[in-house]
Design a protein around this ligand. Sequence first.
Ligand SMILES: CC(C)(COP(=O)(O)OP(=O)(O)OC[C@H]1O[C@@H](n2cnc3c(N)ncnc32)[C@H](O)[C@@H]1OP(=O)(O)O)[C@@H](O)C(=O)NCCC(=O)NCCS
Length: 372
Amino acid sequence: MDEKSGGLAGITVGETAISTVGKKGKGLTYRGYSIEDLANHARFEEVAYLLIHGTLPTKVELNTYKKRLIQGQSLPIAICRVLEQLPVKTNPMDVLRTAVSTLGCLEPESLRHTAEFIADKLMSFCVSSLLYWYAFQTNDQHLTVISEQNSIAGHFLYLLQGHVPDAEFRKALDVSLILYAEHEFNASTFAARVCTSTESDFYSAIVAAIGTLRGPLHGGANEAAMKMINQYDDVPSAEAGTRLLLEQKAVVMGFGHRVYKESDPRTSIIKPWAKKLADRFGDPKKFLIAEAIERVMWDEKKIFANLDFYSALVYFYLGIPTSFFTPLFVISRLSGWTAHIREQRANNRLIRPLADYIGPDPRPYVGISERT
Ligand SMILES: CC(C)(COP(=O)(O)OP(=O)(O)OC[C@H]1O[C@@H](n2cnc3c(N)ncnc32)[C@H](O)[C@@H]1OP(=O)(O)O)[C@@H](O)C(=O)NCCC(=O)NCCS
């Protein structure tokens, strides 16, 4: 195998009409719309609809869609009982993986529960499952999970904070959900497509994707970035600490990208939101520390901050527990995954690549009594 193609880097493995990532002259687009336009003008629900159905919704379609999202807020009693069994130390990504898998046992994909029907339900369902589990394990509380908020960001913040969220906070979260919604053949989406290509069911593809997103080189980077920012008390210690990490050849979380080589177009959209929230709270310390890390990474290695880095800070200012950062990525990316699962099904062929064999030459079998 060509050394460069390790990790399939630079290899095109299929076609998609859903998004462009780093394509010359196109930038990052969802179904042809620029990420800048979507983040500035659309709500997350419009973007999720666009990704899944291919067109921006009309007013009527959007209202119907939001009603379906609200219907997805309730949790079957069996799901509540399962969530109550999961220890407080469980990784919240495992909570989501388990909740989705359990729902797949209770309401398997069928002519009634189509992939689209399940997808609409899963976004609100994942928010409800995560917050129900959290409230039960931390406060022994059976949380009422129906918020009646007609947005995913509103539903999440309502369940987390216990009241109707501030409009600016809701908008900040909404923008991050838009930015996280879709990114072509990234690892978790590819996992969902591989699973789908075997003609497996919708839930299995989503569970495969959640498990893949969990790793720190993918979705887990936003949590790792926050933990790193939290290690520093001020700008000088952040600068020195980052230099040390680079000297040690460590991977600095929230930086770099497999496809983008000079910058991540999502960073210039999310960073101002981190600044806005820092100013609103009169608490610039973490923002200044983050900027110091970003500066050193660029000056020393010409490596740029990716979406995860400043999203982490936005979530921090919104008071979201660090361990919920990657689950929020799941909740948003469900829309992109669903679009890819549908696209894979529409023109399916089993995904089954080849490997170059580098093991031993053929050799005779050795009986157990003769082995040393
Ligand atoms: C995303 C990521 C896996 C892409 O990796 P990749 O395409 O395999 O990139 P490479 O490993 O080829 O990187 C090229 C060079 O940049 C360095 N590099 C890339 N990202 C780096 C980072 N975050 N910190 C330090 N060095 C980094 C590599 O060490 C390598 O240096 P070298 O040529 O001296 O060996 C990688 O940038 C990374 O691990 N980032 C941190 C995790 C993260 O934020 N993930 C979310 C991505 S949206």
